[in-house]
Design a protein around this ligand. Structure first.
Ligand SMILES: Cc1ncc(COP(=O)(O)O)c(C=O)c1O
Length: 395
């Protein structure tokens, strides 16, 4: 039985009002927004209402919103779309443009850049400081006359650290370079105004803020041209072919209207977790403490434990949390984000992420805090210094 779900950065639950908004599209009021009959036109109206809501959430114009299948597609479309457009408009170029991103991006950004590097683009990966922040001076140093795109995330999915994205965007603009930000963990958690921010492209994803999984959007500033990735119909102003996911998009539009005032409560709950753990459990610390962070996320290390084992122990007590570790070829790899911040491997493996959503209550936090210190103590007794590699093989 799940007593409390603290893994909202992985996927957050549909809020009741979001479910209610999308229900008609699942119960008869379906239709293809491209059809000219009544049902089609109703679908089109629902789609455009959702587009207006999403645009309003980030200060964009509705025409600047492209619906996608989620954050991964939004990031791919932004990066590959800009690079593809450059290639199409420079058919006889002999050198490919230089690209800039950071080492702490989500894999839906990092892996795209790695592929572009294999295709011949020079890529610079900016470092993060030990507090998770990417220094604007690093970007200034990395910009070159042949740079074609900068992509740096707004909020990190593991630490929640917010980057100085407006500064990055201003630098990119001064250098006449396109700027994309993966804002998937920031949207609906901090106020965003794309015009004030000055970015050219911004990605968001529904299931990170209480809409459905499998739906997202890309903001493309008016006048910025991107090449579509999918060939097909002329949907989304020819930027994303394929019949739109009406229920998902309606859920995204409804989630975009949720009251964000509740974020202050989440910040208090998050702070309570940190203060209680740091005060009652020795050899713990918070990633990015002291830096501006989104209100719902904390990443805490518990030196001397195996993160995966503590996740399992918490799960047995009904609490869902996560590590930033990735399971590759049967072995648990520590988080690339924490390693990039200079964490030793053992500390990166001993880190847990607690990410809150609007469904979480103070009672749930109390229940977690009532049990966590004791579980850590038990784990520390269990994990002998040479047990870590064995546990990794077993995981
Ligand atoms: C920062 C960030 N970018 C991109 C993604 C991918 O989003 P999606 O799961 O919607 O494809 C995630 C999901 O965890 C994320 O946290």
């Amino acid at each position: 039985m799940v007593r409390a779900y603290f893994d909202n950065n992985a996927s957050s639950p549909l809020m009741p009002e979001v479910l209610e908004a999308m229900r008609p599209t699942l119960e008869g009021a379906h239709g293809n927004a491209s059809s000219i009959h009544q049902r089609g036109q109703a679908a089109k109206a629902a789609l455009e209402q959702a587009r207006a809501n999403v645009a309003k959430l980030i200060g964009a114009d509705a025409s600047e919103i492209v619906f996608t299948s989620g954050g991964t597609e939004s990031n791919n479309l932004a990066i590959r779309g800009i690079v593809g457009e450059w290639r199409a408009s420079h058919p006889s170029a002999t050198a490919l443009p230089h690209l800039i991103t950071s080492r702490i991006e989500h894999h839906s950004v990092l892996n795209v850049f790695e592929e572009l590097e294999r295709l011949g683009h020079p890529v610079t990966y900016l470092r993060a400081a030990s507090d998770g922040r990417i220094e604007p001076a690093e970007l200034q140093l990395a910009l070159r006359p042949d740079t074609g795109l900068v992509s740096i995330m707004m909020a990190n999915n593991e630490t929640g650290v917010l980057q100085p994205v407006a500064e990055f965007a201003a630098m990119a603009r001064a250098a006449k370079v396109k700027f994309h930000t993966d804002a998937i963990q920031a949207v609906a958690k901090v106020p965003i105004d794309v015009k004030a921010l000055g970015c050219d492209l911004l990605s968001l994803s529904g299931h990170k803020f209480h809409a459905c999984p499998g739906v997202g959007a890309l903001y493309v500033r008016r006048g910025v041209r991107i090449q579509a990735m999918l060939y097909g119909g002329r949907h989304e102003r020819e930027r994303r072919a394929g019949s739109e996911n009406l229920p998902g998009i309606v859920s995204l539009g409804a989630a975009a209207r949720l009251d964000l005032a509740d974020n202050a409560r989440l910040a208090q709950l998050r702070d309570r977790i940190e203060q209680t753990i740091l005060a009652s459990v020795p050899r713990t610390g918070v990633a990015g403490a002291g830096q501006p962070r989104v209100p719902n996320t904390t990443d805490i290390y518990f030196d001397g434990i195996e993160g995966e084992a503590l996740v399992i122990a918490l799960d047995l007590h009904g609490f869902c949390v996560s590590t930033g570790a990735a399971c590759t070829s049967g072995a648990v790899e520590p988080s690339h984000v924490l390693l990039a911040m200079g964490y030793p491997r053992a500390r990166a493996r001993a880190s847990l992420r607690f990410s809150l959503g609007h469904q979480n209550t103070a009672d749930e936090i109390d229940a977690l805090l009532a049990i966590l210190p004791e579980l850590v103590q038990t784990q520390r007794r269990l994990v002998l210094p040479d047990a870590a590699p064995t546990l990794a093989r077993l995981a």
